[in-house]
Design a protein around this ligand. Structure first.
Ligand code: ADP
Ligand code: TRP
Length: 319
């Protein structure tokens, strides 16, 4: 099964991203043929500062390698290193009805949030379709907001296939329904846009500050507390096995400890869990030439597949 996913290099990653998406991606390397790329062309739609985009892309590469992407098992590259995708984007644009893009929620949402209505932002789903179709992708694991984009890719593929025969595989979106939404420090869904995150690669002081800001009720220190309704407990569970969860549950029920104690414990859990990942990340950030080597290696594998696919398309379109 060929699975492809693009990662927006957009700043700090939080534990909601990790437990909601990244961990599954890393685990899937053992069962699927994974294609993973850093979507720096897509990031341009909201960031036009070259230095910052480059920095974000390097950080994303370091982060995902430290999480455990294995460049031997998966094809891992920087989107702009395989230029064929841009060419396919233009070709697919000829098969993309305006109405299809006009209906895209993500575009409307971004405009509503104040992004300027550029053609790049509008045609973003066509570039995403090119990412997906260029590599004969079967499955695209995505968050709910991206399902429509995968459907757009399917619609475009169908249109091309109607015209030219079976050129493209029809991709499917894969949404992990059973995965719980990870709550943020205020109890709502953890999200960059709500500023309620617990970040993975920030310094210890920021981590502590984010954890102390978790909203709790005002049950007195000595009284028993309900773990299931506590945001600290909900987050701590992610880091604990059954026995660990049971122990912590008992501490809540027993009373005699305040939320401050549980927050301190959560702080230790987060630091322990991400210790090696954070060390690896910092080590990789200091090795830009190694990062480039890894990305070049991935790009050469991706490019080979892309070029073979494009040969067929050139014949059809007359290039
Ligand atoms: P954010 O909401 O912080 O902007 P993104 O939209 O960039 O996060 O999400 C990137 C990936 O992480 C998506 O696959 C999304 O489903 C997952 N994700 C983000 N926040 C959460 C969360 N609170 N719980 C579960 N998964 C999440
Ligand atoms: N649009 C995706 C996001 O914002 C990133 C992305 C770009 C992508 N190209 C893709 C995801 C192709 C899956 C497949 O998260």
């Amino acid at each position: 099964m060929r699975v492809l996913t693009g990662i927006q290099p957009s700043g700090d990653l939080h534990i909601g991203n990790y437990f909601g998406a990244i961990k599954q991606m890393i685990d899937a390397q053992n069962t699927s043929e994974m294609f993973i790329f850093i979507a720096n062309y897509h990031a341009m739609t909201s960031l036009q500062n070259g230095e910052k985009l480059k920095e974000n892309s390097i950080k994303a590469a370091a982060a995902f390698l430290s999480f455990g992407i294995d460049p031997q098992k998966s094809v891992f590259w920087l989107q702009s290193d395989v230029k064929e995708v841009m060419e396919l984007y233009w070709i697919l644009s000829q098969f993309t009805p305006m109405g299809l893009l006009e209906r895209a929620h993500s575009y409307k949402d971004k405009i509503a949030k104040g992004l300027s209505a550029s053609h790049g932002l509008f045609s973003y789903p066509v570039l995403m379709a090119a990412d997906i179709l260029l590599f004969d992708t079967q499955l695209v694991p995505v968050g709910k907001d991206q399902i429509q984009h995968v459907e757009i890719a399917r619609d475009i593929a169908l249109k091309v296939n109607n015209e030219w025969g079976e050129i493209f595989i029809l991709p499917e979106a894969k949404i992990n329904e059973d995965l719980a939404v990870i709550v943020g420090t205020d109890g709502a869904k953890m999200s960059k846009s709500y500023k309620n995150t617990i970040d993975i690669f920030n310094d210890d002081k920021t981590l502590k500050k984010q954890i102390s800001s978790i909203v709790t009720d005002s049950t007195a220190l000595e009284d028993p507390k309900n773990p299931e309704e506590c945001n600290v407990f909900k987050i701590a569970k992610l880091f604990l096995d059954n026995e660990g969860q049971e122990n912590l549950r008992n501490r809540y029920l027993k009373g005699g400890e305040g939320y401050g104690h549980f927050k301190m414990y959560l702080n230790e859990l987060v630091i322990d869990y991400f210790k090696e990942i954070r060390e690896k990340y910092n080590e990789l950030l200091n090795k830009p030439s190694y990062l480039k080597e890894v990305l070049d290696f991935g790009a050469s594998k991706a490019r080979k597949i892309a070029q073979e696919k494009m040969q067929k398309i050139y014949t059809k379109i007359g290039l």
